[in-house]
Design a protein around this ligand. Structure first.
Ligand code: MN
Length: 255
């Protein structure tokens, strides 16, 4: 298959390299990824600035481009401009750090996969649940297995899979759980400091997730030692609320 790899940790991140290594033997693999880290840029796209692309270095062992844009830019640009023909699947990751709960909204990793799905391509985002240095190779093998099994999973067009792998030795991973997104969220905290000119600045430091949700949701299952797979769509409509709203009368102010 012709695969597009991207991420939000940057084109030279170890998680991307591991993903490439696990897939390049069997597949035609192209990398189009941000030149610098773009974690937590969400689904942002670049409109007010040019987007520059640089061929990936020979030493990286990767074929493709580093892009001065966001993960979503990378997918759009790869599909419409850079690749000789459109990819058959988009893989985003492997991110350093879990993408579960409310974090899906902030995640550049997840948004790149969502962008692939919006463009009508099979797509998945992959994350390893640690910010410490860790061997990505097992998570990359999970990705390779999912590529192989994709057709049998029945994922409808427009839907991407968000995959999280626990940072455990492979023999301690308990299996796969198909999950819903949990309500887990960052506990906000800010470092308050002074710059050299005496001005106060803030730096977001929140990392710990809440514990909300049950074992059928992503964060609790991941903490329990399961690979979690959550189907994700871009439609943010809350259907039950819509039904309720449609039973209410709301009149506009007089013209
Ligand atoms: Mn990241």
């Amino acid at each position: 298959m012709r695969l597009l790899l991207t991420n939000d940790d940057g084109a030279y991140a170890p998680g991307l390299k591991a993903l490439h290594q696990a897939l390049a033997k069997e597949h035609e693999v192209w990398v189009v990824a941000p030149e610098t880290e773009q974690s937590a840029v969400g689904h942002a796209i670049t409109l007010a600035d040019p987007i520059r692309v640089h061929p990936l270095t020979q030493e990286s062992g990767l074929k493709g481009w580093a892009v001065t844009g966001t993960p979503a830019d990378c997918v759009k640009l790869a599909v419409h401009e850079l690749l000789p023909s459109p990819p058959q699947m988009v893989l985003s990751g492997i991110n350093q750090g879990a993408n579960v709960g409310v974090n899906l909204l902030y995640s550049g990793t997840v948004s790149a996969a969502t962008e692939g799905a919006i463009l009508g391509l099979p797509a998945m985002s992959l994350s390893l649940a640690t910010h410490e240095p860790f061997d990505f190779s097992y998570a990359a093998r999970v990705a390779a297995r999912l590529v192989r099994e994709w057709d049998g999973l029945g994922v409808p067009p427009g839907v991407s899979l968000n995959v999280n792998v626990p940072a455990l030795p492979p023999q301690r991973i308990k299996g796969v759980r198909f999950t819903r997104q949990s309500n887990a969220r960052l506990h906000e905290s800010f470092l308050r400091r002074q710059d050299p000119r005496g001005h106060t600045y803030y730096w977001q430091a929140g990392e710990k997730m809440g514990t909300e949700g049950d074992g059928h949701t992503d964060y609790p299952a991941l903490r329990d030692g399961y690979v979690t797979i959550t189907p994700v769509e871009h439609d943010l409509t809350h259907r039950r609320a819509l039904e309720t709203l449609r039973t209410r009368a709301l009149e506009l102010p007089p013209a």
